[in-house]
Ligand binder design. Sequence first.
Ligand code: KIV
Length: 272
Amino acid sequence: MSVHNPDIKRVTTHTLQELKSRGEKISALTAYDYSMARVVDAAGVEVILVGDSASNVMAGHETTLPITLDQMIYHAGSVVRAVKRALVVVDLPFGSYQGNSSEALRSAIRIMKESGAHAVKMEGGQEIRESVVRVLSAGVPVMGHLGLTPQSIYKFGTYAVRAKEDAEAQKLISDALLLQEIGCFGIVLEKIPATLTKQVSEQLQIPTIGIGAGPDADGQILVIHDMLGINKEFKPRFLRRYADLHTVMLEAIAHYVDDVKTNDFPNESEAY
Ligand code: KIV
């Protein structure tokens, strides 16, 4: 296990490109608040995504659709204040960029200006081409997101694996090439067959970051609450749990309740 040296220089989009070029995998995790982001950054993760999964894990919504641009900016600002090394990427939330490219640009600029983040992520390919081009033209780095794109959940109807059929796989490949051509610095590939991830990652010069996309993406990302076992109900096959924080926290809090009830806490040394 390695814990990262905080003196090391900041991760940029160029660092990610270098990592891909030398065959070193990229580690990415989500974070939504200051305290968690400090730990994630200190552990040496290269990319911290302020994902719109905040809508699920922070706010308790069923989907990512309800979270607002203001709420994303609040989460992003908290993360940026904590981070010394990682590249901070922020999701443009549902409804803040699909409508037209001017709105996309306004949303991206608000995120960059008000939170201090380093890049934004947008879901989709050809359909959002104009918006991606407009955001990039303002000098805002954009990460793409293809495969299972949770902002389109009501179109898909299910969180099942995407692009198993040839037509959808071909569209994903051409969308990935398009996003690279217009200037995205990386692409998240979510819940697609491992063979397709391998094919896309080999064809692209820019890095791919997988979630439920097998071992051949150039990097991996997980939602922090899932990998730490804070949220125990969500158990997809792709998720590896690195801790059982739900149990640790539950036991600690139950212990505290017990100590308060039995007058054990606070004791003399804990009082003034
Ligand atoms: O919002 C999010 O957490 C994401 C990751 C699952 C990639 O988009």
